[in-house]
Design a protein around this ligand. Structure first.
Ligand code: B12
Length: 432
């Protein structure tokens, strides 16, 4: 190659670098701290606590939990198979309090793939059939005219297509078509609200379908939808750099990393997002295991699409549990927190004294013990989900939204959010 050729090659290489969404290496101690937060959760091996998202996140990270990880996958297999298919002696799923949902089954299949397993055999085939059946039901709920809504969400719809795809199971065009339509007309995706997480998950599913050239008749539509998802996510970047909010940024980055496209804009946007993520990490924003498990792959330059061909031999550093920092016996600080529920008659409002550092859930418990306040929760992979307040259960397309007065929706759930002194927190029954 002559001098000019070498120069052109170099310029080309530099240009190409600017086109990809790179997230430069993050301090390994920060990553380790994140991984350590997952460890205590891996000691809970009952179905109610098992969380396939943790396993997937860890396997796509630069960290490993040794035998704990193997035991965790084993428990996932035992519990998910028994609760979805029944025990070997019969179809007895009575020991299972709640059957895993469509999205949870999809995450379980991703966990198997993260261990380089293809779902197979009689039991495996039945799980695949169940997931396909769930998707068919959702397709029916959306309807021919796309006027209906999935029983779960388009997020779980996308997740399920992705899970089948990485196992190299084809999904019919008409099932994929519903998700394509939703991305093309995004008011349908999240019942009117734009959700970066949902668009990113749909984009990841489409990227997998495109790579494997499944659904060849829809190839052009799929490729356009990936572009649309990418553009929407880039357009949702905040002034600090997050795509949507801090917790949707990991999935957004996964999509941008998995489906690179020319344009210096992409590289710059990803660098800005990385800086914003780092600042949030240092502030301790990532406490929830689901959000950590979505972030860890990104910090290791991996995405869920890599589960098509996972690298199970990649070296990973062994995690050691965090050493307990002895707490200094300081006089506990007392804070005042007000709770407000305008969606009931008469509206509820009360100020309570709580220990500094209490979670919102601790404050709700206090309000219940004090009398005059009731609430109920349901366990989910992200933690306790508020289902009912003052006896009012959120209906089909409703949820109890958490806000900091006057009008700022919280970015965390009741178990993770820690109110500050003088704050008023509101629970509002809203439709979505
Ligand atoms: C769909 C969705 C919703 C739907 C759920 C209803 C439904 N039928 O699906 C709606 C719009 C109602 C919702 C509400 C909320 N959500 Co939401 N939600 C999601 C989303 C996009 C997908 C969840 C999912 O299906 N996961 C896959 C399945 C297999 O897991 P699962 O555990 O079985 O799913 C259930 C739970 O996730 C639960 N759920 C949904 N959101 C939240 C949030 C929290 C904190 C908890 C404990 C449970 C929970 O609903 C799911 C369906 O039953 C995620 C995105 C993400 N990156 O994970 C955000 C996400 C989990 N939600 C989030 C938040 C903050 C909330 C709210 C607290 C917002 C608010 N200010 O009120 C509320 C929950 C309040 C409450 N009542 O406890 C954050 C959580 C961040 C964090 N630090 O943990 C995420 C990551 C979005 C984001 N980028 O900000 N959510």
């Amino acid at each position: 190659m002559g001098c000019l050729g070498a120069l052109l090659f170099l310029l080309g290489a530099l240009g190409a670098r600017a086109e990809i969404c790179g997230v430069p290496k993050v301090d390994s101690q920060l990553v380790e701290k994140l991984g350590q937060r997952l460890l205590p959760w891996m000691d809970w091996l009952s179905l109610e606590h098992l969380n396939p998202s943790i396993y997937v996140g860890l396997r796509l990270s630069s960290l490993q939990a040794g035998t704990k990880e193997d035991l965790y996958l084993h428990s996932l297999k035992l519990n998910y198979q028994q609760c979805l298919l029944g025990s070997a002696s019969g179809d007895d799923t009575s020991e299972c309090q709640a059957k895993p949902s469509m999205g949870q089954l999809a995450l379980y299949l991703l966990a198997l793939r993260a261990n380089c397993e293809f779902v197979g055999g009689r039991k495996g085939d039945r799980l695949v059939s169940q997931l396909k059946w769930f998707l068919e039901e959702e397709k029916r709920a959306i309807g021919h005219d796309h006027k209906g809504h999935p029983h779960t969400s388009y997020y779980q719809y996308g997740l399920s297509i992705l899970a089948l795809c990485v196992h190299q199971k084809r999904v019919p065009d008409n099932v994929v078509g519903k998700l394509l339509y939703a991305v093309e007309h995004d008011q349908h995706l999240h019942r009117g609200h734009f959700s970066v997480d949902t668009v990113a998950m749909a984009g990841l599913a489409f990227t997998c379908l495109e790579r494997l050239n499944f659904n060849p008749d829809q190839r052009q539509r799929i490729s356009t939808a990936i572009g649309t998802a990418r553009e929407k996510i880039l357009g949702a970047q905040t002034s600090e750099g997050h795509f949507g909010n801090v917790y949707s940024t990991p999935l957004a980055l996964q999509l941008l990393m998995a489906s690179p496209k020319s344009g210096v804009q992409l590289g710059a946007a990803c660098l800005k997002a990385r800086a914003a993520l780092l600042a949030s990490l240092q502030d301790g924003a990532f406490q929830n295991v689901v959000t950590i498990s979505q972030l860890l792959p990104v910090l290791n330059h991996k995405t869920y699409v890599d589960l098509i061909f996972p690298d199970c031999q990649a070296p990973r550093a062994t995690l050691v549990p965090a050493s307990e920092v002895p707490s200094l016996s300081e006089v506990p600080e007392i804070i005042t927190v007000s709770l407000r529920v305008p969606s009931v008659l008469p509206p509820y409002e009360r100020s309570l004294f709580a220990l500094a550092g209490s979670s919102l859930e601790d404050v709700l418990k206090l309000a219940r013990e004090t009398g005059g306040f009731t609430y109920e929760t349901q366990a989910s992979l992200s933690g306790p989900y508020l289902t009912s307040v003052m006896g009012k259960v959120a209906g089909d397309r409703e949820f109890w939204q958490l806000l900091r007065a006057p009008d700022t929706p919280l970015l965390q759930g009741i178990a993770d959010y820690r109110p500050k002194d003088g704050e008023t927190l509101e629970m509002r029954l809203v439709s979505w």
